[in-house]
Design a protein around this ligand. Sequence first.
Ligand SMILES: Nc1nc2c(ncn2[C@@H]2O[C@H](COP(=O)(O)O)[C@@H](O)[C@H]2O)c(=O)[nH]1
Ligand SMILES: [Mn+2]
Ligand SMILES: [Mn+2]
Length: 302
Amino acid sequence: LTGSALGAMARRISSQGKVTISVDEYSSNPTQAFTHYNINQSRFQPPHVHMVEPLPYDAPKPVGHTRFVCVSDTHSRTDGIQMPFGDVLLHTGDFTELGLPSEVKKFNDWLGSLPYEFKVVIAGNHELTFDKDFMAELIKQDYYRFPSVSKLKTEDFDDVQSVLTNCVYLQDSEITIKGFRIYGTPWTPRFNGWGFNLPRGQSLLDKWNQIPEDVDILMTHGPPLGFRDWVPKELQRVGCVELLNTVQKRVRPKLHAYGGIHEGYGIMTDGYTTFINSSTCTVSFQPTNPAIIFDLPNPGNS
Ligand SMILES: Nc1nc2c(ncn2[C@@H]2O[C@H](COP(=O)(O)O)[C@@H](O)[C@H]2O)c(=O)[nH]1
Ligand SMILES: [Mn+2]
Ligand SMILES: [Mn+2]
């Protein structure tokens, strides 16, 4: 099979003209998927795909634009973080270490201190208490893997989302802000059995299939394949192949914001979608990567 025939296998157009993504044959091996699609389809090559320099904080915001401020993976280390001017804050998960209510409260207080008109937040794999199925399983296993969470009573975290009073919290859901359709989802490929983990392939694709077409901004915790998903210590790419296919072949957001892979902090484009990995923490959990700002023209302002 040629590269383009394989590409077609991962993307079918139904009789109603709807694009359907199917599980990619390289789904379980993202590093191999990257090499294959790079060699056979130049899928990650310039001129379309390239790195993007971050906007300086003092860049004037163009008229008729909204400025998004992207952060991720702050891991309860927000003390002293300098935040730039902007309109809408996007935080793409791992705002705590374990999702303890005390951490969530601290994060919510920090959000309350920020001047943005809107703040949108999703969970990451560290927000254990936000994943109800994960917690049910953890309790069954007598908190074996996360003993410090066992000090909590169920009623302490049953309604943990309600602690987030200073933002819009998205979990497989969307909101329209200033005319932008923003969809947020916390799921990542299974890795060491944390919250919101699912096996690669159909299980994750089922979550991505819930993302509506015509979303302007997609927020996920982890990266898609090939865009700031390299883990140097393992010489591996770990981005989700089905997420990439969903983003590029079906949803086509203008901005895909995420974090998850701390080492992947940075910005890329494929010529249509801008991909921002805004992990604040480095791989050694130092909160030193600056928030990334990004301007988008307001919908209807063409
Ligand atoms: N090989 C993989 N490494 C991963 C994956 N997800 C995360 N990581 C590594 O852990 C750190 C921190 O992640 P966190 O969720 O604990 O904050 C990340 O920067 C990577 O180095 C994965 O799926 N595969
Ligand atoms: Mn993290
Ligand atoms: Mn994470």
